[in-house]
Each structure stands twice: as structure tokens, then as C-alpha cells.
Write a protein that binds this ligand. Structure first.
Ligand code: SF4
Ligand code: SF4
Length: 216
């Protein structure tokens, strides 16, 4: 296999418009979910079997007392050595596919045979359909990619926060962008870039964005 594909998510360019969250639902035929206002613009509050991408909102005060308001468009990282696949393979060998061309980690219907509690994911991504027990999550839109399109979330992004492409090129872009951001934000980093295909760039401690932003 080539080095496959990657998505770069530069959170410093994200305006939290949630276009990517909606595009994910639209392409995958996922219904809206009932939510309630809990004092944040984040909506919904977390993943579910009907929500595979969530724009997380986080605010607080930095060490210097200045306020921050960060956005983190959380989704499956499509790990290079995915702990979820490794754990599921122990029960059913071909329930999770790692696509040869892209490297996308894709769940099949066979995942319904797996006890949900046995599925390992440092980022808290997998969800389960309550009725069928099938496990679900982002597929990297590998069905779109196979047909010459880019992932729906990337396509919808109006600010250039999300970019899709060959992994080698994306890694190069991430390196350059982090070097640039570091001039203003010394803590800027590309989270776990050697281990994941969906690479988030942040300008501060990842935990300020989301507790599992860098894995847990
Ligand atoms: S982020 Fe979680 S669900 Fe996605 S490939 Fe990695 S281990 Fe699997
Ligand atoms: S579409 Fe782009 S700008 Fe809008 S929330 Fe998603 S990543 Fe952020």
C-alpha cells in the first residue's frame, strides 16, 4: 500500500460553523438528534450512533489570565495501528477493514458480534446502534474517495481548516503550519501525527480543547 490518505484539521482556522458536522450527517443519512441547551454553543454534547462528528467548544482562562475559546471538530483519527481493530480482531477477525488505498478504518456489520465494552479506542470514538448492536463511526467517507471525491466534512469547510490529501503531503503541510504557528503560539503542535491519519493542529495544550484530544 502507498502511504494512504490523511486529513489535516487546523483548529486555528476553525470558526465552529459546524458545516462539517452537518455534512457528515447528510452524506451518511444520519438523522438529527434531540438536544437541549446546557449553557454552551456545543450541540449535541457528544457522539452517538447518529452523530459521528462533533464540533466541541471549550472555554476558560489561560495561565496568563487571558480567556480562550477553542473549537475541536472531533472525529475518528483513522489510526495507523488502530487499537479498536486490534481489540475487535481478537473476537471477529474481519469485522473491521483497514482500506488498502486510503488506510481508512471501516467498521462492518460483523461488529455487532463484539461486546462494546471490549472495544479499545483512546479517543472515545466508536458508538453502537441500540437496536442492531452494530458499531459505527466515521468512515473517512472512503466511499466518496473511491469515486474521486473528498470527504464530505472537508468539502463543506469554508475556512480551509480541513484539508484532505496524500498522507506524505499532509504531513509536510502539518510540519510547515506548526512551525509557522509556533512563532506566535509556542505550544502549537500536530497531535500524534506519526500515529493517526486525521491530524489535528492545536495552538495550546490539547487537553484545553477536549479531554481526549490527544487520547486518554
Ligand atoms: S480513533 Fe478510535 S475508532 Fe478511530 S481508528 Fe483509532 S482506535 Fe479506531
Ligand atoms: S466546517 Fe470547517 S470551519 Fe466549520 S466547524 Fe467544521 S472545521 Fe470548523
Amino acid at each position: 500500500m502507498s502511504n494512504g490518505k490523511s486529513i489535516l484539521v487546523d483548529t486555528s482556522l476553525c470558526t465552529a460553523c459546524r458545516g462539517c458536522q452537518v455534512a457528515c450527517k447528510q452524506w451518511n443519512g444520519l438523522p438529527g438528534t434531540k438536544t437541549k441547551q446546557v449553557g454552551t454553543y456545543q450541540n449535541p454534547q457528544d457522539f452517538s450512533s447518529d452523530t459521528w462528528k462533533v464540533v466541541r467548544f471549550a472555554d476558560g482562562k489561560k495561565e496568563d489570565g487571558k480567556p480562550y475559546w477553542y473549537f475541536f471538530t472531533d472525529m475518528c483519527r483513522h489510526c495507523i495501528q488502530p487499537p479498536c481493530k486490534l481489540s475487535i480482531d481478537m473476537t471477529v477477525k474481519d469485522a473491521v477493514i483497514q482500506d488498502e488505498d486510503t488506510g481508512a478504518v471501516v467498521y462492518t456489520e460483523k461488529t455487532k458480534k463484539i461486546p462494546f465494552k471490549d472495544v479499545l479506542c483512546p479517543y472515545g470514538i466508536p458508538q453502537q446502534y441500540p437496536k442492531t448492536k452494530v458499531l459505527v463511526k466515521c468512515t473517512m467517507c472512503f466511499d466518496r474517495i473511491k469515486n474521486g471525491m473528498i470527504p464530505a466534512c472537508v468539502k463543506s469547510c469554508p475556512t480551509g481548516s480541513m484539508v484532505f490529501g496524500d498522507r506524505d503531503k499532509i504531513l509536510e503541510m502539518a510540519k510547515k503550519r506548526v512551525a509557522d504557528l509556533k512563532k506566535t503560539y509556542p505550544k502549537a503542535t500536530a497531535i500524534n501525527s506519526d500515529d493517526v491519519r486525521v491530524i489535528f493542529i492545536v495552538t495550546d495544550d490539547p487537553k484545553k480543547y477536549w479531554k481526549s484530544a490527544a487520547g486518554g
